[in-house]
Design a protein around this ligand. Sequence first.
Ligand code: PSU
Ligand code: MN
Length: 304
Amino acid sequence: MIKTDFLHIHPEVAEAIKNNQPIVALESTIISHGMPYPRNVETAISVEAAVRAEGAIPATIAIKEGKCYVGLTSDDLEFFGKEKNVWKVSIRDMPYVIANKLPGATTVAATMRIAAMAGIQIFATGGIGGVHRGAENTMDISADLTEMSSTNVAVVSAGVKSILDIGLTLEYLETLGIPVVTFGQKEFPSFYSRKSGFNSPLSIDTPSSIAEMLQVKWDLGLNGSVLIANPVPKDQEVDAETIEGYIQQALSASTENNIIGKEITPFLLKYIAEHSKGESLDANIALIHHNASLAGKIAVEMKK
Ligand code: PSU
Ligand code: MN
């Protein structure tokens, strides 16, 4: 039995839970370790507004003072965007960071778990972690995937970033029994690009049909997530070859600098953002808004 004293639910979110209103969870690693200050804080605020615009309540999730916070204040968002000593918290980091009352930004995995503790069923982010290039040697597979195999929170992302091995990530999602649905097109998207070269296992065109599928999955007792891949808007796409160039450089730099473990993903993201002169950052922000809107629509449909 989970001790609920580890949960701190923002009053607005608590009210929404009580009234069975639609809620969308949002992560904080993206704020603390995925984007530079101050655009990270501006984005965190505007993404919450995108959820509200669909008629749902946003619940940004992070860890502080020994508790899992579900719903943050604007001061919290500023803190998590600005503060340098914020832990990147995946599942395995939760007990240490909570026991020691450290500030922690939650990854997709930890955000999902905390959302589930609060009874939230849908979550929007930019990109999920997955199977890294070279994982056949490094075994670097994000805990986001294993978490998605067991926790009943659907995830809207812009597909999988090509810092990962997209083909292996799709294979692993299949192994774990996680349905992958692309919204509105047949091809699985690769974050900055609407293309990836891989067909999406499933494709659905309406938020209501996605909501129905989620309901059926969980009514069947099939635990775990559904990955809802939402292609970046056409006018915000970054050319796949341009990005591949930055990714190759970033991967070489990570090898040269001996970056391993939980540091790899933030290192690659930072490298690409710094070297692509803001183009990738603009696309990143646009697609997070786009994902938050879709998650809001699905959350609203799920409550009908
Ligand atoms: N991919 C992105 N942006 C991100 C992340 C991944 O394009 O901000 C973050 C998410 O929080 C994700 C985490 O859950 O990185 C995965 O980290 P790791 O690969 O160490 O599991
Ligand atoms: Mn890893």
